[in-house]
Design a protein around this ligand. Structure first.
Ligand SMILES: [Zn+2]
Ligand SMILES: [Zn+2]
Length: 290
């Protein structure tokens, strides 16, 4: 099979996967947002533009995902260290509770590793102007809703998703079957939770805010208010924000406006994906103009 055919197959599979993973689990959150919204009810075009952007990101990421996997394979043969052997099978041997503990570990271990990487990648995306150009799309949603979770420019998605796959592939030796199961189980928790955290549902969970990122905690990260800038970077575990001094607990009833100001942000996949490059060029030209 040629590389072109392989890419096409992967892109089609990824598009199908995006539909199943992204559209169906959104339904209960969409219903809740319509029944108990934070402000004005999200409109259908808000959902549709985020889904279109998310689909284009999945397709554009495929070549980079394949490249990351191939590169990790190539580099492993030349590593000066032996990758750490990891197996979830030993946990399954624990009497009675073994299988349940194994599933729990397959959810928790990838989630912990993902969040540790994500925290710093995300924090850098706000601190480094070059990276911010690609991350600002995620923040540009003035009507943040459950579908905003997938509103990512593809360079940003590569930075936060595929780079950890490459580095983990160099550090950890886990057989493909177990890696696939762990990715599936952790995503079964992570994807709906991320939808929930981005949702515009008026819900307060003060007992949970310090344990897991909740809609109120993540809304502060998306807040348009300067006082909330550079807080709550973690994806799922506020532990890292608390550890590194960026945690901000929501106050009762605190649901600030979201977005970057100056309009609703890019609504089409084309502008969302390529607008950042135009902004980068314009910024560079301005800097070079005497
Ligand atoms: Zn951010
Ligand atoms: Zn977000």
């Amino acid at each position: 099979m040629s590389v072109g055919e392989l890419l096409l197959r992967k892109m089609l599979r990824m598009s199908g996967g995006t539909l199943i993973w992204t559209v169906l689990p959104l339904v209960p959150f969409v219903v809740a947002e319509q029944l108990r919204p934070v402000g004005a009810r999200p409109a259908w075009r808000d959902y549709l533009s985020n889904l279109t952007i998310s689909l284009s990101t999945s397709v554009l990421m495929v070549p980079f995902g394949l490249a990351a996997g191939l590169l990790a394979q190539q580099l492993r043969a030349h590593l000066p260290w032996a990758p750490f052997e990891l197996s979830f099978d030993t946990i399954a041997r624990v009497p009675v509770a073994g299988p349940a503990l194994q599933v729990l570990a397959m959810v928790a271990v990838p989630l912990f590793l993902h969040d540790l990487w994500f925290y710093w990648a995300h924090r850098l995306s706000h601190a480094v102007p070059f990276l911010w150009e690609f991350h600002k799309l995620h923040h540009s949603d003035a009507h943040m809703n459950c579908s905003t979770f997938a509103r990512d420019q593809f360079i940003q998605a590569i930075w936060t998703a595929f780079f950890p796959i490459l580095t983990l592939g160099l550090l950890v030796d886990l057989d493909l079957r177990q890696a696939g199961r762990a990715a599936l189980y952790s995503n079964m928790f992570f994807v709906p939770w991320s939808m929930f955290c981005h949702s515009a549902i008026r819900v307060s969970l003060p007992g949970l805010d310090r344990l897991l990122v909740t809609p109120q905690v993540h809304r502060l990260h998306h807040s348009a208010e300067p006082a909330h800038q550079n807080t709550n970077f973690a994806d799922v575990l506020p532990l890292f924000d608390r550890l590194f001094g960026t945690y901000r607990a929501p106050r009762p009833g605190e649901f600030p406006a979201t977005g970057l100001g100056g309009g609703p942000g890019p609504g089409t996949a084309w502008v969302a994906q390529w607008g950042a490059f135009g902004d980068l060029i314009r910024r560079r030209r301005r800097r070079c103009t005497p």
